[in-house]
Design a protein around this ligand. Structure first.
Ligand code: 3EB
Length: 327
């Protein structure tokens, strides 16, 4: 039984600092940050349009244990390797009729595509939005995005929602980019006991709640955490105080790991130190990256692989958001 469970293994995130040599056959996707090169002749490269905080090139690699093949379907580029699929869809907002319509189209296209794949279960989604905080009240672009996404995902039950991240960039105007990981086996969505499920946020945060789960537990017990911020219940905490926001976020992350351990097949970890964490940190402009990195390393258990990116966060008062994959 143990062998059957561990047969479904991967995919793993890994950060590469610097320019990457050619990709090996087990790489599902290479997300390129800052000035790193994204060769046109390999469909697995995804240019995200976010800079690293140190200004140096960096690449986020998603690796599987099988040889990968790539394909295209309309606006979707994808790679599959055994049990997993990585997809990327880019839409020009202006051609769809604005952010709301683009988000709805993107998620309809994504779900239609996914329904035809052997790796049909959505595990994790990244949304990279241009000028995420532009616009006031319900017209803010993030809130319009949430409304479109909710319409596009209407067929999914709340319990099927993948883990997610939605962050803002200041490059590539008018381009909506959605990337995702999917698997042959469904993941198990995890809630965070300290936070209201995002899909149950009250009306004050916009006309439609954000459709994502706090984390997904994969069949091999890997935990894919959503972007996590200084939110307790549904409220933002520590307005304007970066260190306090980081500390609150770390408490949220540790609580999320504990929730994952509670339903993991292997049971609760005896020692946290055998965990290996890949953490992507989204920092609004202004923080001191070295201090931030040290604070986060000190607050997470096990071996931590860190990537710090400069990004806008979906609520204006939030200065930092952290997404973790824990193996
Ligand atoms: C939050 O907890 C912080 O809209 O897909 C984190 C992860 C956040 C994903 C999304 C938003 C999203 O509400 C923001």
């Amino acid at each position: 039984m143990v062998a059957a469970e561990s047969a479904v293994c991967g995919p793993r995130a890994e950060f590469f600092h610097g320019e990457l040599p050619a990709l090996d056959e087990n790489v599902l996707a290479a997300l390129v940050y800052g000035t790193a090169r994204a060769p046109q002749d390999d469909a697995r490269f995804v240019r995200v349009g976010l800079a690293t905080t140190d200004g140096k090139p960096a690449v986020e690699l998603w690796r599987t244990v099988r040889a990968v093949t790539t394909g295209e379907s309309g606006p979707i580029r994808f790679a599959t390797g055994g049990d997993f699929l990585f997809g990327c869809l880019e839409l020009e907002e202006s051609r769809e009729g604005g952010m709301l319509a683009a988000a709805e189209s993107a998620y309809r296209i994504l779900l239609e595509f996914q329904a035809r794949q052997p790796q049909r279960h959505l595990l994790r989604v990244w949304n990279h939005l241009y000028a995420i905080n532009e616009g006031e009240g319900d017209c803010e672009r993030y809130r319009q995005f949430c409304l479109g996404r909710a319409r596009g995902l209407a067929k999914l039950k709340a319990e099927q929602l993948p883990a997610g991240t939605a962050v803002g960039r200041r490059e590539r105007p008018g381009l909506l980019q959605v990337c995702w990981l999917a698997g042959r086996c469904a993941g198990r969505p995890i809630g965070n006991p300290r936070q209201v499920q995002a899909y149950l946020y009250p009306r004050q945060y916009g006309p439609a709640a954000p459709c994502f789960s706090r984390a997904m537990l994969l069949p091999d017990d890997a935990l894919m955490g959503s972007g996590t911020a200084s939110i307790v219940g549904h409220e933002s905490k520590h307005d304007g105080d970066l260190n306090a926001q980081i500390d609150e976020t770390l408490i949220n992350l540790r609580e999320l790991f504990r929730a994952g351990d509670g339903i993991a097949a292997r049971g609760r970890r005896e020692v946290d130190d055998d965990a290996s964490i890949a953490a992507k940190v989204y920092l609004r402009r202004g923080g001191s990256p070295l201090e931030v990195a040290a604070r986060i390393r000190a607050g997470l258990p096990g071996t931590v692989d860190l990537l710090l990116l400069e990004a806008d966060i979906c609520r204006r008062e939030l200065l930092v958001e952290i997404e973790c994959t824990r193996n």
